[in-house]
Design a protein around this ligand. Sequence first.
Ligand code: UD1
Length: 363
Amino acid sequence: MKIVNVVGARPNFMKIAPIMEQFERSRGIEPLLVHTGQHYDEKMSDLFFRQLGIPQPDINLEVGSASHAVQTAEIMKAFEAVVLEHKPDVVLVVGDVNSTIACGLVAVKLGVKLVHIEAGLRSFDRSMPEEINRVLTDSISDLLFCTEQSGVDNLLREGIPKGKIFLVGNVMIDTLLKNKAKAATSNVLSQFNLDGNDFAVLTLHRPANVDDVIAFGRVLDALEIIQNDMPVIFPIHPRTRKNLSSWSLGERIKKLPNLRLTDPLGYLDFLKLMSSARIVLTDSGGIQEETTIFKIPCLTLRENTERPITVEIGSNTVVGTDTDKIIETYQQAANGDWCKPQIPLLWDGHAAERIVKIISDKL
Ligand code: UD1
């Protein structure tokens, strides 16, 4: 069985790593790895391949950044040629980025079976580009692998046949558990002169936060108070950096000595930083899951989450971008007034094994 696996943007790399590893071990499966080039900076892409031991992509479509329509269309054009040339039996896509839906659509239009990993997650917020990508990809997939029960329930509600849906756990957590010990040896804390865990980590890259100067300003009002209390380390996404440089808020940040901006970090350094922090503030999806494993209080700076299990039993709280709410929740977390988190079902490091077995049996 020839399987073309697709990656495009940073969070895809952690998800594909354990799948590729299992495919390499499986007899009868010939995996091919295609990188769309949606992310291309060394620190957003190559570094992750090296650190996670992902084989070099067999093909790089080198599509790069553009508007949603242009990026999606360019990926589709280039990927169609790949599918026509290599004639795979299956195309496998992960997550919810533009590369996911673009390649999924190409596969099904050419009559190739489609597998979606991390299916069924729903924020129910159609203004998020990722939500559109999720709903559309799920509606055309042949096998749908879910990380949590809410994903299964959402898919059933949308009329996806039960036989196509599998609750298997979380491949991103497979990667975390595999790399935890290696990450522990990172010297990232000394790079930032951090001693102990009296610091917070911040990431922000969602368009709703970083393309909107008013929302960003509200978050910054809260950060101004928080950084008086403890250092806040802020590895900054290229999208966020670009916007800040064109706003006066960029100047305001420079005046906050304890809000420490840095380039995007590699996987191992970020894992070490996050696992050592007192508190994490983020609008990322994956970080809500990773902090759940580390049992670190996570304040999600969004109005909703597509990963409700991290709130129901994990260490996550959705706080939005209201300044007072962020500060109040931060203070609760800093005072240790937080829930006792548990680990979600099947987030045990073996999701990829389950997925590859099901693919081998069913397709
Ligand atoms: C994309 C995903 C988002 C995911 C995020 C993780 C979509 C719709 N969005 O958002 O779901 O959470 O990746 O990072 O697919 N840029 C660089 N270097 C790069 C990549 C991007 O400088 O290697 C800059 C470019 O200016 C680009 C901007 O970042 O225009 C945004 O990149 P893009 O891939 O369009 O979306 P992300 O915001 O990264």
